[in-house]
Ligand binder design. Sequence first.
Ligand code: OGA
Ligand code: MN
Length: 309
Amino acid sequence: MMFKNSFKYYKSRKPFPDLKDVIDLNNPKCSRVIGFRGKLLNTETEHQVGLKPVRDWKVFEFVDIPGLIIIKNPFNSRAQRYWIIQALKYYSRKPSKLNLDAHDLLKEDELWWDVCFGQSKRAKQLIPKLRWATLGYHHNWETKLYSETNKTEMPANLSLLASVLAQSLGYTNFKAEAAIVNYYRMNSTLGGHVDQSEIDTDAPLISISFGQTAIFLIGGLTQDEEADAMYLQSGDVLIMSGSSRLRYHGVPKILPVNNAPWDDEEANDNNQYCKWDQEDWNKAKTYISEARVNMTVRQVLKPGQLTVS
Ligand code: OGA
Ligand code: MN
């Protein structure tokens, strides 16, 4: 089936699709997925961003999709809570730009997080309205261009996380210059697209997901090629590098998780790194129980290039 038809197939609720061909990396019995053949590098800073030691990661690649790499949830459960809170409480406020900005749904001095998880009557209506935030170089959805005049500071913690992930796979020069955070409800989808606004498409895309499970669909360089479906679960990191960087992809469906890693007993031991506040977590937990968050971090500029223009 070509991309568009696969997308329709998995998006459908009635009839609900057969999921037998969706690749499950917890049980990658399919011969197209193998253990990562590259060398994993220990950065010695993984623990600071809530990642397990690199030697404990389960990393896979696709035999026939060169450059597509998946790290199965390398986060400790405490860090799941930390990153979910970052995405909901912090990346949804200035200097981020939000889809909400165009709709006058928030007053100048209001924060999405405060209105949604305080006492406001508008919470119920406003919670599902947040769909995306842009960080760093802000993606311009109309022109599909980045510009020097539409750029703010990347959050240091997200830049560090993306750099640590990139470095451990051998992309030692990766620079986190932009990110799109997508917020999905259970009925949300993300249509097929290619990420090609970045000037440097040799640098990998680093996509990090939390919350409910996605069916992620990836096809070829054109819409006419076959697509593969796979599950992306909370904590999974997908790296689109090499020739997979410019493949069509999208999210036709969100499915409820069976066991949420953020509920693990171990998540409660709140030590030195990736600390979170219990009150924030209580709020974030209600949201993420019926939502998914994806943060795709991008390098925009070529090595040595100083500006987009
Ligand atoms: C994107 C993207 C996929 C996902 O933000 O460009 O493709 O898994 N996200 O949400
Ligand atoms: Mn994308």
